[in-house]
Design a protein around this ligand. Structure first.
Ligand SMILES: Nc1ncnc2c1ncn2[C@@H]1O[C@H](COP(=O)(O)OP(=O)(O)O)[C@@H](O)[C@H]1O
Ligand SMILES: O=C(OP(=O)(O)O)[C@H](O)COP(=O)(O)O
Length: 403
């Protein structure tokens, strides 16, 4: 049983609120999409209106990535969305951060700096050890309560997600509460059940594939995006140097062996693309897998039209579809077809559940709507839908009692 905001006596309480406002970032450093910030408005408004003193904790990107950076633009945008001043401090747990938290008054809000600017936050720990990290050990003493609303990051066992509730009474925020409510009963959704695994987080997708196939939760897995490219290579298809180099550079080369093991064990339930789209003469050019490899320098950027027709047929009979990850590089108009058509077809399935930051942003951009549930989380939603426990949720279940 997890306590929620209904169980928290908010007035005059200093609350550390972990949100997931990890967002696409434009070339000029501004937010390219604010959907994840909007999602947390209810939780933050409620805490502030009930007289809470709110310190927001969040991450943005991964170390070394193009979207890794400061939460300053997020604070400005949150201020617009909440309709009240939101301060920002470029520190997370130092004296400056602690002073900023201590000086909060009832109804005040400050955004602390990106938790992942500190190396421990990008490591995984058990909750007790996470409580001894610099972030938690230094910040917890200035907090009276901890609210976790970051469902989208709840599959990570990182200090800001599992450490605080070990030492500060923890509560689920409104986003966390509603996601757990909707996604907690996968076994009860209509069959046949199809999982569509696209996007670029290949290790997460392969973990999910193993789990849902082993547990017999998935009747079919449809592969798309970079995930499909890894499976195609595992299946012996020569995708060419450009796609292979991309997979290697992402550090996903070992995933080819894992994909190959999955194909050996469950190949009859895993659908692979029959054709792919490459960039040729500045346009979209589709190639059947039998016609691969592509020309020098061409990479598989989307699934092709024959694959889409094949996947659409499989979706016609599905009772439930669970989708994560764009089917291609949707940011480029030439390669948005796979995502638009595949996700469009999924809206016709009786129960359709979609997750993922980039996925949600792709769907808004492409105007695809009509799903049963659009989750704020991608990997987290998928892990929930494997019927596995999320570390951050377990940490809330075992939180210390309020004094
Ligand atoms: N074939 C492909 N080659 C390279 N990148 C791809 C391909 N297909 C999809 N992508 C990229 O995957 C990214 C999104 O993946 P991911 O982060 O896993 O999604 P989500 O945030 O929804 O979980 C997008 O930036 C998209 O351009
Ligand atoms: O964007 C996120 O996950 P998602 O891409 O699975 O939706 C979360 O912010 C978690 O980020 P992470 O996958 O870098 O730990």
């Amino acid at each position: 049983m997890i306590d929620t905001l209904d169980d928290l006596d908010v007035e005059g309480t200093t609350v550390g609120v972990r949100v997931d406002i990890n967002s696409p970032i434009a070339d000029d450093g501004s937010l390219a999409d604010d959907a994840r910030l909007r999602a947390h408005v209810d939780t933050l408004s409620e805490l502030l209106e009930r007289g809470g003193r709110v310190a927001v904790l969040a991450h943005q990107g991964r170390p070394g990535g193009d979207d890794f950076g400061t939460l300053s633009p997020h604070a400005d945008r949150l201020s617009d969305l909440l309709g009240r001043p939101v301060d920002y401090v470029d520190a997370t747990f130092s004296q400056a951060a602690r002073d900023a938290v201590r000086s909060l008054e009832d109804g005040d809000c400050v955004v602390l700096e990106n938790t992942r600017f500190y190396s421990e936050e990008y490591m995984e720990f058990d909750p007790d050890r996470a409580a001894r990290t610099q972030l938690v050990a230094n910040l917890a003493p200035v907090l009276d309560a901890y609210v976790n609303d970051a469902f989208a990051a709840a599959h990570r066992s990182q200090p800001s997600l599992v450490g605080f509730p070990t030492v500060v009474p923890g509560y689920a925020g409104r986003v966390m509460e509603s996601e757990l409510d909707v996604l907690g009963s996968i076994e009860e959704t209509p069959e046949p059940r199809i999982y569509v695994l696209g996007g670029a987080k290949v290790p997460d997708s392969i973990d999910v594939a193993w789990s849902v196939l082993e547990k017999d939760l998935a009747d079919h897995i449809l592969t798309a995006g970079v995930v499909a490219n890894v499976f195609l290579i595992a299946d012996g298809v020569d995708l060419g140097d450009a796609s292979s180099d991309f997979i290697y550079e992402q550090g996903y080369w070992d995933e080819i062996d894992r994909a190959s093991d999955l194909l050996d064990a469950y190949g009859d339930r895993i659908a692979l693309p029959r054709d792919v789209a490459v960039d040729r003469d500045d346009g979209r050019h589709e190639l059947g897998v039998n016609a691969l490899p592509p020309q020098e320098g061409e990479a598989a950027m989307d699934i092709g039209s024959s694959t889409l027709a094949y996947y659409e047929r499989l979706l016609e009979d599905a009772g439930t579809v669970i989708l994560n990850g764009p089917a291609g590089v949707f940011e480029d108009d030439r390669f948005e077809l796979g995502t638009r058509r595949l996700y469009g077809a999924a809206t016709g399935v009786p129960t359709s559940i979609v997750g993922g930051g980039d996925t949600a942003s792709a769907l808004r951009r492409l105007g695809v709507e009509g799903f049963s549930h659009v989750s704020t989380g991608g990997g987290a939603a998928l892990q929930m839908l494997t019927a596995d426990q999320l570390p951050a949720v377990s940490a809330l279940e075992r939180t210390v009692d309020a004094a």
